[in-house]
Design a protein around this ligand. Structure first.
Ligand code: HPA
Length: 273
């Protein structure tokens, strides 16, 4: 067995010994979007630094704990705080918790993130369902030896985000008066926000939003056969004529303000799973 598989099995064994229950839904929450975990009837909370082989989150606004509990009447695993490539983790480390969730039995993965809008119709606080992504030079987490136990060497990526989940989410949004965009998320490494020229480039290339997460997790999830649903909260606008200095604080605040809509969407979506 490869070292990675051995580590994954050790991580999973540790978690299973603490939580003797199954969940088929996993959630990873983005920057400033950790409050959804307050809606969860928590049965178990495990600090990342207690979990063997788990990376540890270092970013402000990220809570480093894995939760197990109930949301929308379903058992869920929730990561309050994810791992980013810009923190210095490898792409494999960023994807590690996704693989752990898969081995724990998760079939559907819900992701949220804060993102910059590059579609001219977007406003700060809008939600965008991700219907496709562009990796803008992010490192693929599947580089290296393929773990056959998890998935195939050359995974198809023609439809990384589940059409069925997108359809359901749109129905939920319609019924609850939540306005949603749908579009292409462009994954970058960060940690710099983009230059004006880069935001324009991303727009020209077909991106609607840009952010520093999600793509690597989605790739790992699709590789392992999960259904993925992901939403961006538009926290700043890359394409604008006036002054556009962007700060992390502004991003966190905008995410927090938009969060209730996202919480409702995820909770209602989980009810349908
Ligand atoms: N660019 C990249 N990542 C981001 C942005 C952005 O404008 N906003 C939030 N995350």
């Amino acid at each position: 067995m490869s070292e990675t598989m051995q580590q994954l099995h050790e991580t999973v064994a540790y978690i299973r010994q603490l939580v003797d229950s199954e969940a088929t839904t996993g959630i990873i929450l983005g920057s400033g979007l950790g409050n959804l975990s307050n809606e969860i009837k928590v049965e178990k909370e495990i600090a990342y630094n207690e979990i063997p082989h788990f990376p540890v989150s270092t970013v402000k606004g990220h809570k480093g704990r894995l939760l197990f509990g109930e949301l929308g009447g379903k058992k869920v695993w929730v990561m309050g705080g994810r791992f980013h490539f810009y923190e210095g983790y490898t792409a494999q480390q960023v994807a590690y918790p996704v693989r752990v969730m898969r081995l724990l039995g998760v079939k559907t993965l819900l992701l949220s993130n804060a993102a910059g809008g590059v579609n001219k119709a977007f406003k700060v606080g809008d939600l965008m369902i991700i219907n496709d992504h562009i990796s803008m030079f992010t490192v693929n987490p599947l580089l290296g030896k393929n773990e056959e136990e998890i998935g195939t060497r050359f995974p198809d990526m023609s439809e990384p985000y589940s059409k069925a989940l997108i359809r359901k989410a749109k129905e939920i949004a319609g019924a609850n008066n939540i306005f949603l965009h749908e579009g292409v998320y462009t994954g970058v490494t960060g940690p710099t926000f983009e230059t004006r020229a880069e935001y324009k480039l991303i727009h020209v290339l077909g991106g609607d939003a840009v952010g520093m997460s999600t793509v690597q997790e989605t790739i790992a999830a699709v590789h392992s056969g999960m259904d993925v649903f992901a939403v961006s909260v538009i926290t700043d606008l890359g394409i604008r004529d006036e002054e556009n200095v962007i700060t992390h604080e502004e991003v966190l605040q905008a995410a927090k303000d938009a969060e209730p809509k996202l919480t409702l969407l995820f909770t209602e979506l989980i009810k349908t799973l």
